[in-house]
Design a protein around this ligand. Sequence first.
Ligand code: PDD
Length: 287
Amino acid sequence: MVQIVYLNGAFLPLEDARVPVLDRGFIFGDGVYEVIPVYSRHPFRLAEHLQRLQHSLDGIRLANPHSDVEWRELIREMIARNEGEDQYLYLHITRGVAKRDHAFPKDTPPTVFMMSSPLLPAAQALREHGVAAITAPDNRWLRCDIKAISLLPNVLLRQLAVDAGAAETVMLRDGFLSEGAASNIFVVKDGVLLAPPKDHLMLPGITYDVVLELAAAHGIPSRVGPVAEDTLRSADEIWLTSSTREVQAITRLDGSAVGAGEPGPLFQKMDRFYQDYKATIMRQPSL
Ligand code: PDD
């Protein structure tokens, strides 16, 4: 089946989608994006993703090209036109096509792009053994709460992990944990789930919120606040969360075992809670 994407009002095959080279996304990385998981053809936490998209658009002073009702309709059609019960949607909005000038252009329509990709469950080996991560200084800007398409720092940081044979780079800023190159990071210490606060230094993850809600619902003690580097390095468990990776255990950090070096007991519980929660709210035929 041909992959169908959405570009500026039309659904068309991916191969036929073209953007002019003067698009400010291409020239300046001037835009924002969202990644929304879809399970059994139902978008997960859509209201929250659309709210975060609005936050990102407000952060770069770009008007939202669509109402929530319009987004929902476009997303519904996008899912229907593509293969797979489980997909992930990529939404991308730039400040449009204009003569190269750093200042905002006037009366320029934004570029709106959307595509769907297959969302595959994590490999069994990964569930059983977790992943390796490295640490690096967080050298990004101070508006990491905006889901900006200008991802060069994140790309360079992730590549450090790839070069080291690891799956993610965990970032530290001024001695405190911020997040992963493309994920949020949780730490378990003495039975308490610790999470950095949702401020300008990290992306407010939708999966992050789900994990904290599930912890509260199942009586797992949690604390949101700055997580010092020492706490990270002496953690019993470390997890990463994202829309495409859900919850994964980090079992090696900078080459050393995290806790016992295997996914820990709290991870096992949270993974089950997360899968059950997904199944309950997403796999209902009536939805
Ligand atoms: N990234 N932090 C960063 C820097 C991210 O890029 C992401 C997700 C997250 C997790 O957010 P959420 O739980 O809402 O997916 C945190 C997506 C998946 C991406 O860029 O592909």
